[in-house]
Design a protein around this ligand. Structure first.
Ligand code: BGC
Length: 760
């Protein structure tokens, strides 16, 4: 029933228009039958469809939903670094949504993993905005190719669950621009998602759902967003303020809300044109309802398995204990998670899987007659010494021990941040006992966010970090353990040695209604690598059963501040495998504090043994820019930067230096520029001469070419306070003299500190 939807809002009554801007129930927009306007359905996301079967007001209770394919949550998918694969997952979820008559899937979630304690980290891709943005864009591309709309969430700075509906994320603009907004910006500017979801929290004191700067100035004004802004469920506090700020649709509806809104318009508190624009965006969404086609759930299970294979990260593999040889004797499989897989997190993203592969059955199928199992612990975490004794006895009789450990589902859920990074105590006790009894232990982990590995990792031979792998994770793990598939995931977040090392440690989760982002831009490897803080495993790390060589780096400037990067990756081992090559930019002598390096591009390449491939990646101007707090804009400094090619952020294989022109427009030197800025600029010598001629060189300590720190840090205009008799007019005269080149031309360009390093 879409015949009215493209006809615009003209002819609708005020009440009808107001009704369009809130839901009809928790999961539908509101129909206007008198005007022939249908309702459309929205449903969670993000790693599978969660279409609640009860569509009443139970948005908090999360009642039963329709079975759907549970793909690896973003914590897994992000570790695949495979955008083509993530696009396929998005497409599959779109097909399942379309088959169920769902118009919008509430995902992807692209918030930055600020703290390893973040309760919804399992729903997010990375600590890095480039990786999160590329992954999220791929998901949206795939999803929207089916006609189903995406809802990119949670906009913005929604990085914790503690006090999530009220807390103010207090964060400076540079940090916002460089870290917390770019993933959204990339997705909006490249994929035009149908909707963006305004988060629960406040940013710098203003609710996101009422944040005009975020929703209108930045999202629509700067990024050109043409879609609909929907509230997170229950995120609207003041609907009039929200619509004025740029929100279009409140979900779920509240009793009497539409009438209040219409009355506010009638009273002149909200311009009717604002309501019209919001209602028109809802109509556009209704008009774009996708055609319903059946989804192939078997094929999607296969895709979920491929996605899981690429999402697991092999952290450690001493003496190549993995892969397990098919004929290598008896295997003790220990750990309840082997038969009761932990494969997703709790809360609104929880999918009722169509089926679930457990690792134990898959291992038994690959090594028939050689596998024995002991649960070792219970899912409720209650210590049971008998289970430990049984597991140790089993391990003692086996050639190889594979232990499945991880976090129970109740430890990782929407609505709750974690309080520590350790595995449950009963699992640690089990591991301790096993390590006493056996030399060669393989650990498989299931956890949505980092756990501490340092206390025990030296006691085990191999660690396969499975994150959360979705419904086919069990069979994927078996394939990886036996080398049926080769691990190819890499860490999308750093694994700290301990919680105290985390940069947000002192500032998470805040209190008294505020969380201060005191670590600023130094999140994840931006902090660990800049300060050389030891980590358990660095960002971008992940092993393979083969090895890769890097060679032939060439960096070619394609413009004043753009570079094409080319290099070769070779599979130097004996098995086919995939490598994730990472491109970092390291600014040389930056004009303000910057991370030692930042990820700017990456490529995942699959290679047969001995095969090579040439990778070409382009770095645009943004790859070299920082957000200038002084100029309030993106800025590229003139000067040098190193292009580093890494197998991880701490395994840099190739490096080449490039020279950048910097921004064409630099602020000119003025009376407000310091003596130091003037004297190191091309105009410096002339100013020095003019000051000497006026008899000020001695008082300023400039004799013999010197420049003492205190005068150097003094703006020219303030010299009137320090040089007796000097007037504002004299300063103007000095500036004129400095700018007068004597050949009729005058200089007017900016701070020249770096100009002398520009390429000729
Ligand atoms: C979550 C959203 C979700 C919505 C609808 C909220 O609690 O924050 O991510 O899409 O509920 O279930």
């Amino acid at each position: 029933m879409t015949e009215r939807s493209d006809a615009g809002v003209h002819g609708l009554t005020l009440a009808e228009k107001a009704s369009l801007t809130s839901g009809g129930d928790a999961w539908h927009t509101q129909a206007v039958p008198a005007a022939g306007i249908a309702a459309v359905m929205v449903a969670d996301g993000p790693h599978g469809l969660r279409k609640q079967t009860a569509t009443g007001g139970d948005a908090l209770a999360l009642s039963v939903s329709t079975p759907a394919t549970c793909f690896p949550p973003a914590t897994g998918l992000g570790s695949s670094w495979n955008t083509a694969l993530i696009e396929q997952v998005g497409r599959a979820i779109g097909r399942e949504a379309a088959a169920e008559g769902v118009s919008v899937v509430l995902g992807p979630g692209v918030n930055i993993k600020r703290s390893p304690l973040g309760g919804r980290n399992f729903e997010y891709y990375s600590e890095d905005p480039v990786l999160a943005g590329r992954a999220g864009a791929a998901f949206v591309r795939g999803l929207q190719s089916t006609g189903v709309g995406a809802s990119v969430k949670h906009f913005a700075v929604n990085n914790q669950e503690s006090d999530r509906m009220r807390v103010s994320a207090d964060v400076d603009e540079r940090t916002l621009r460089e870290l917390y907004l770019p993933a959204f910006e990339h997705i909006v500017t490249t994929e035009q998602p149908a909707t963006v979801m305004a988060a629960y929290n406040k940013v710098n004191g203003v609710y996101c759902s009422q944040h005009r700067w975020l929703l209108t100035d930045v999202l629509r004004g700067e990024w050109g967003f043409g879609g609909l802004v929907v509230s997170d469920w229950g995120a609207v506090v003041d609907r009039v303020a929200a619509l004025s700020a740029g929100l279009d649709l409140e979900m779920p509806p509240r009793a009497g809300g539409d009438a209040e809104l219409a009355a506010a318009v009638a009273r002149g508190e909200l311009a009717e044109s604002v309501l019209d624009a919001a209602a028109a965006r809802v109509l556009a969404l209704v008009a774009s309802a996708p055609p319903s086609v059946p989804a192939d759930l078997d094929a999607h299970h296969g895709l979920a398995r491929r996605a899981a294979l690429e999402s697991a990260v092999l952290l450690k593999n001493d003496d190549d204990v993995l892969p397990l040889a098919p004929d290598a004797g008896s295997i003790a499989v220990v750990g309840e998670f082997a038969r009761s897989p932990r494969y997703q997190g709790g809360g609104s993203s929880h999918v009722l899987a169509t089926r679930v592969d457990d690792a134990l059955s898959a291992i038994e199928a690959l090594a028939p007659g050689r596998v024995a199992f002991a649960p070792g612990f219970t899912l409720d975490g209650r210590p049971d010494p008998r289970l430990v004794t049984e597991a140790v006895a089993l391990a003692g009789r086996a050639q190889t021990v594979v232990v499945f450990l991880g976090l129970p589902e109740h430890a990782e859920s929407e609505g709750l941040d974690r309080t520590g990074l350790d595995l449950p105590a009963d699992q640690l006790a089990l591991l301790d006992a096993l390590a006493e009894a056996h030399e060669e232990i393989v650990v498989v982990l299931s956890n949505g966010s980092p756990i501490t590995l340092a206390p025990w990792q030296h006691r085990v031979a191999a660690i396969l970090e499975g994150w959360l792998l979705g419904q086919a994770g069990g069979s994927a793990i078996a394939d990886l353990l036996f080398g049926v598939a080769n691990p190819s995931g890499k860490l999308a977040e750093s694994l700290p040695v301990s919680l105290r090392d985390a940069p947000s440690y002192l500032h998470f989760p805040g209190g008294d209604g505020h969380v201060r982002y005191g670590e600023g831009i130094y999140v994840g490897y931006r902090y660990y690598d800049t300060l050389d803080v030891p980590v358990a495993y660095p960002f971008g790390h992940g092993l393979s059963y083969t090895s890769f060589g890097y060679s032939g780096l060439r960096c070619r400037r394609t413009g004043p501040n753009t570079v094409a990067v080319t290099f070769t990756v070779t599979n130097t081992g004996e098995r086919a495998g995939a490598e994730i090559a990472q491109v970092y930019v390291h600014p040389i002598d930056p004009g303000l504090d910057r991370p030692v390096h930042e990820l700017k591009a990456f490529a995942k390449v699959t290679l047969a043994p001995g095969a090579s491939t040439t990778v070409t990646l382009t770095l645009d101007e943004r790859a070299f820019a920082y957000w200038s707090p002084g100029r309030s804009c993106w800025t590229v400094d003139p000067g040098a930067a190193d292009i580093q090619i890494g197998a991880s952020s701490r395994d840099l294989r190739l490096c080449e230096r490039v020279e950048l022109d910097g921004d064409a427009e630099r602020p000119g030197l003025t009376a407000d520029s310091t003596l130091g800025e003037w004297l190191t600029a091309p105009e410096g010598d002339r100013l020095r001469a003019a000051l000497a001629a006026a008899g000020h060189a001695g008082a300023l300590g400039l004799a013999d070419g010197g420049l003492p720190p205190m005068p150097a840090a003094t703006p020219l205009s303030r010299l009137v306070s320090f040089l007796p008799g000097l007037t504002g007019a004299d300063i103007e005269e000095l500036i004129r003299a400095a700018r007068d080149t004597g050949d009729g031309s005058r200089t007017g360009h900016g701070h020249g500190r770096r100009r002398d390093r520009r390429p000729a």
